[in-house]
Design a binder for this molecule. Structure first.
Ligand SMILES: C[S@@+](CC[C@H](N)C(=O)[O-])C[C@H]1O[C@@H](n2cnc3c(N)ncnc32)[C@H](O)[C@@H]1O
Length: 280
């Protein structure tokens, strides 16, 4: 026979008073969660200088999810994917280049010293796995993603699978991280509107990454513009997958498979972005 307290609790839980009785417990739980976000936000306000395109690391569990995501999309053994993810982490030459170039750049006041790639580690592993001859990235900003893609292409080239990345941005100041050798050796930086540049592409695209104007309309126009330039087994990626349904609808319309990965940033208030992938 349950004790008196338990009997009262059970009786209350069957009445209209139940939500009120549970309020203190519910309040404590949500307060604990919100306090954590507030602590992270306050720490970020004093330690970070970034005002957009935030950088952060991913939680260890989230990185493991990313490895399995890449493994499935690229049809590569997950152990190989983990190896490629470790490879970019261990690339001290690239890390030092980004740190030093950031420290000297005119925009250093709006960039963090620490180099954190987040989902770009997944982009790296996808390039290492699929060995594309031509990658197109729309939206360059400082050039962090461009450097990561270039580093993967340089490794592929050294292993006998050459490739280049065409990186498009409307801002003439974009891409300053990707202007040094050896990375610049495989990068073609094009300044201008992405739709115009995509229409003018003159060689097949094996991997396409949308990361420019994140409005659904622009994202859709990019996938439409790049479609006639895609090679048969091209991989389409979007940075917008947590916001729009553009790529999943495009995948369905064009007979491709679709999968989404969602970031879980480590010790950061930002809820994260993701990688959407469509492929045949
Ligand atoms: C989110 S940032 C790109 C981030 C970058 N891929 C990275 O890995 O850090 C978006 C960039 O898209 C560019 N952009 C916005 N509209 C554009 C357009 N219509 N055509 C080309 N680039 C555009 C912006 O100038 C900005 O640098």
């Amino acid at each position: 026979m349950p004790d008196r307290k338990t009997r009262i609790r059970r009786a209350v839980s069957r009445t209209a008073l139940a939500p009120l009785a549970a309020l203190p417990k519910r309040l404590a739980r949500v307060a604990r969660h919100d306090a954590k976000v507030l602590r992270q936000s306050a720490r970020w306000l004093v330690t970070s200088r970034e005002h957009h395109n935030y950088t952060y690391d991913l939680t260890p569990l989230n990185r493991e999810h990313l490895a399995w995501f890449v493994s499935l999309v690229a049809e590569a053994p997950v152990a190989d994917v983990r190896g490629w993810m470790a490879e970019i982490d261990a690339d001290d030459v690239l890390r030092a280049h980004i740190e030093q170039t950031t420290a000297k750049s005119a925009r250093r006041g709006l960039a963090d010293k620490q180099v954190r790639y987040a989902r770009r580690v997944g982009w790296y592993a996808l390039v290492r796995a699929r060995k594309p001859r031509h990658v197109v990235e729309t939206g360059v900003d400082k050039g962090l993603g461009t450097c990561v893609l270039a580093a993967a292409l340089l490794r592929n080239t050294a292993e006998g699978h050459p490739g280049r990345v065409t990186s498009l941005d409307i801002n003439p100041e974009a891409g300053y991280l990707a202007k040094a050798l050896p990375w610049a050796g495989v990068v073609d930086l094009v300044i201008g509107d992405s739709i115009t540049a995509l229409n003018a592409l003159d060689r097949p695209v094996d991997m396409f990454l949308h990361d420019s104007d994140h409005s659904a309309g622009h994202e859709q126009r990019e996938f439409t513009a790049v479609e006639p330039h895609l090679s048969e087994r091209a991989l389409l990626l979007t940075d917008n997958v947590t916001i729009t349904t553009v790529l999943l609808k495009h995948a369905e319309k064009t007979g491709r498979r679709f999968l989404a990965f969602r970031e879980q940033p480590k010790e950061h208030w930002y809820p994260g972005d993701g990688i959407g992938a469509a492929w045949r």
